[in-house]
Every structure is written in C-alpha cells, then in structure tokens.
Design a protein around this ligand. Structure first.
Ligand SMILES: Cc1ncc(COP(=O)(O)O)c(C=O)c1O
Length: 416
C-alpha cells in the first residue's frame, strides 16, 4: 500500500492547523480510485491530537472523559478513544451496544439519555451499566422498580433542568423535584450521587460554560450524597475556522478551580462529542456537472444530503475545498459564488450554498471538511442512495472501516 505523504499547507488552507484538509489531492484521488466516491475519510493522527489537547486542558485529577458516540459510532474510531483512555457517553442503548463491541468495559460507559421503556432499562442494567444519569422522575422510578433485589455498585445521577441556564428544555429534573427523587431512591436503598448538566449544543462561547459552573455546583450540593458532577457535552467546534473557537484551557482551568475549592473531593465526568471528533473527518466527492447561472456556478456532485444531512437540514456550515487550485503560479485564482448541489432533485439537496470556489471542471474532487461528528451518524436512506464507505488514515496507510452500501441495503428488512 502506498505511503501517504501529508504536507501541511499544501492546499492553501493557511496555517496547517486543519490537519486532514491539508493533504495533497493526489491522496484524495488515490482513495477515491480504490474505495469509490463519495467517501468518508478520517485521520487517526488528528483525532489523537485533539483527544490529547482536550484531555490536557482539564487538569483536575479525578476527571473521566466520556466520548459522546451519538456523533460517530464507527467502532474503529471508538477504539481510538479507548486507547487514549477515554470512556463512552451513551445517549441510547444503541450507543451502549456499539461501545461494548468496541471493547469498553461497562464501567467506562455513562448512560445519560432519555425515555427508555421497560425492556430497554432492563437491558442496559443487564449489560452491566453502572453510571446512569436520568432525566425524569418517571425514569428514576422505573429504574428503582427494576433494581429491586439487585446488588452491586450503582452511580445514579439526575440530569439538571434549570430554565435560567438551560432555557426551555424538555430534558432534566428541576431542583424542586430533588426531594421527591431522593425519597424514591432511598425506598430502593439507592443513593443519588450525581448531577448531570448539559449547557447546550455546539456553542463556542466559552463563557456560556464558565459563568454557570458555580450555579451548577451549588445546585449539586443540594443532593446530600453528591459524589460526581457530569458537565456534559455541547462544547463548540470552530466550523468557520477563522471564527471564535471554544477555549478548552480556559474552561478546564475554571472548572478545576471551582471543584478544587470544594470541601469534599468529587469525580468529574465530561462528555465531549463534536469538539473531539468533528475535525478529523471529511467527505470526498466528485464533480459530475457544472452550470452557470450568470456569474453563479452551480456544481453538481456525486453525494447528497442523504449522505451528510447536517448543513442542509440544520443550517450548519461546513467548509468545502476543491482540487482545483485556488492559487496558480502564486496568484490567487478567481473565485465564484458557488452552490454545491447533491445528486437528487430534492429542494434542500445542497452540500454548500454561496461558497467561494474557483471555476470547477467535471471530475474535480471536493472535500467537505469537519464532518467527523453528526456526519455518517446522521446519514440516512432518505432519497434512496446507499451510504458511502468510511476509510481511516493511520500510520501512513489507509484502510476500510465501513463498507460502501449497495442497492441491496435498501431492501433490508422489507418483506415482499
Ligand atoms: C447528554 C449528552 N452529552 C453529550 C452530548 C454530545 O454533544 P456535543 O456533540 O454537542 O458535544 C450529547 C448530544 O446529544 C448529549 O445529549
């Protein structure tokens, strides 16, 4: 297998900070010729570096990082988190299932989800999950009823609902209900030892987190048996590259100071999702059609929002770069306002709108950056296009970590 040569800054991405965006297009071409197009590609080195940077930013010694696999459930990537000493945050029983398959011990998996039915609650306890942050009194009751005569360690926490911080959220339990929750758990000889807090999704405003630390800790102290704080996920990722980025060092120092000033030692859990994995993934695709509508370039590519739903469905931005050089002989080549369109007629099938790209040609490659989180995980069979393959770059080689689907996938589970 050919050795990959990754040279920083090669693609005019600036300072080389964006890792996988800085390859030579030769490698992209090689990958597409081997694995086909479109193709999700992840860079293990970049992922490991991000994990290390986040880990080092929180100096509090009793910190457990738990990767939120809702963002990406590929087993090969989950294994990298495990090798780096992180556990897993599970939003659903499916997250737990994948985590166990990736080799996590049940004790390394934190369940912080919502609305399990009876068989599901039984299942996750039978799988050996011992840390559960529940988001309603009803879920707590269900767990306590099932726990019955079981014995063993259980770290039981409540997801906090504090409208003055978390806004109008359906999720969580308000402090007024803590007494009721404690009464329910003590009937089953259990203790409420944890408070879980989730600030909000994907904000780069570090202060939005640091300013609420004291309030969250003060609320946690209302639980007489409090032993751990789970500060959730929701940490931003700088998709705009030159815009504001979440400051992990500032956040880690503030959280550490506040926890160290407590009279008791507690455990700290942090569940980063997108912040950890967004940047290591790209989606490669090929240009199949070009149209011009006056000065606007309309580029058709061989992927769709069924393969990557985030930008179109949630209005998010993902930078798109192309194999057509944006500098020629050191001169910036002319760029045009460009819509990058998917390979269906669905009215929202845009991978990017109003991008500034050079004039493209059929056969050019595009790379949609920062799709490691909520990329493949949110892809679907909507529009009936099979999903792309996934490839991991590691130790200067590439290997397939998920096969491309073919049309037969569309028949799976159909009876006719
Ligand atoms: C409880 C919890 N923790 C962590 C995450 C990960 O969020 P993010 O990717 O915004 O960090 C989620 C996302 O749904 C969540 O619900």
């Amino acid at each position: 297998m050919e050795k990959l040569q990754i040279k920083n800054g090669e693609l005019g991405m600036g300072n080389g900070e964006w890792g996988i965006g800085n390859w030579e297009w030769r490698i992209a071409e090689e990958l597409l010729s081997i694995y086909g197009s479109p193709l999700y590609v992840y860079d293990a080195l970049s992922l490991r570096e991000t994990i290390k940077r986040i880990t080092q930013a929180v100096p509090y010694p009793r910190t457990q990082f738990r990767f939120a696999s809702v963002t990406n459930g590929n087993i090969s990537l989950l294994k990298i988190f495990r090798e780096c000493g992180w556990g897993l945050h599970a939003n659903t029983p499916g997250d737990i299932y994948l985590g166990l398959k990736a080799g996590f011990d049940p004790s390394e998996i934190v369940y912080s989800g919502s609305n399990l039915n009876l068989p599901e609650m039984i299942k996750i306890l039978n799988w050996g999950i011992t840390t559960l942050n529940l988001d309603s009194i009803a879920q707590l009751k269900l767990l306590c009823e099932i726990w019955g005569e079981r014995s063993g360690e259980l770290h039981l926490g409540l997801r906090l609902n504090l409208p003055e911080i978390t806004g109008d959220s359906r999720i969580g339990v308000s402090p007024e209900d803590f007494a009721k929750a404690i009464a329910i758990t003590s009937k089953s000889k259990l203790k409420l030892t944890g408070l879980h807090f989730y600030r909000g999704t994907g904000t780069n405003a570090t202060k939005a987190f640091t300013q609420v630390i004291e309030t969250v800790i003060a609320t946690a102290q209302q639980l007489p048996d409090w032993e751990y704080l789970d500060f959730g996920g929701g940490f931003g990722y700088p998709y705009h590259h030159f815009g504001a980025a979440f400051d992990w060092e500032e956040f880690g120092a503030a959280l550490t100071d506040s926890i160290k000033s407590l009279k008791k030692e507690i455990d700290l859990v942090i569940e980063p999702g997108r912040a950890a994995i967004a940047g290591c993934g790209i989606l490669l695709a090929k240009v199949v059609s070009i149209k011009w509508q006056e000065e606007k370039q309309i580029v058709g590519v061989d992927t769709t929002v069924g393969n990557l739903s985030v930008p179109s469905v949630h209005g998010g931005y993902r930078e798109i770069i192309t194999s057509q050089l944006s500098t020629v002989n050191g001169q910036q080549s002319k760029v045009y306002t460009t819509d990058v369109c998917g390979n269906t007629t669905y009215s929202r099938d845009y991978l990017g709108k109003n991008c500034q790209l050079p004039a493209l040609e059929i056969g050019d490659i595009i790379a949609i950056l920062d799709v490691g989180a909520y990329g493949y995980a949110m892809s679907s069979h909507f529009l009936h296009r099979p999903r792309p393959a996934e490839v991991l770059l590691e130790n200067n080689t590439h290997h397939l970590i998920r096969k491309r689907e073919d049309y037969s996938t569309l028949l799976e589970n159909q009876l006719f």
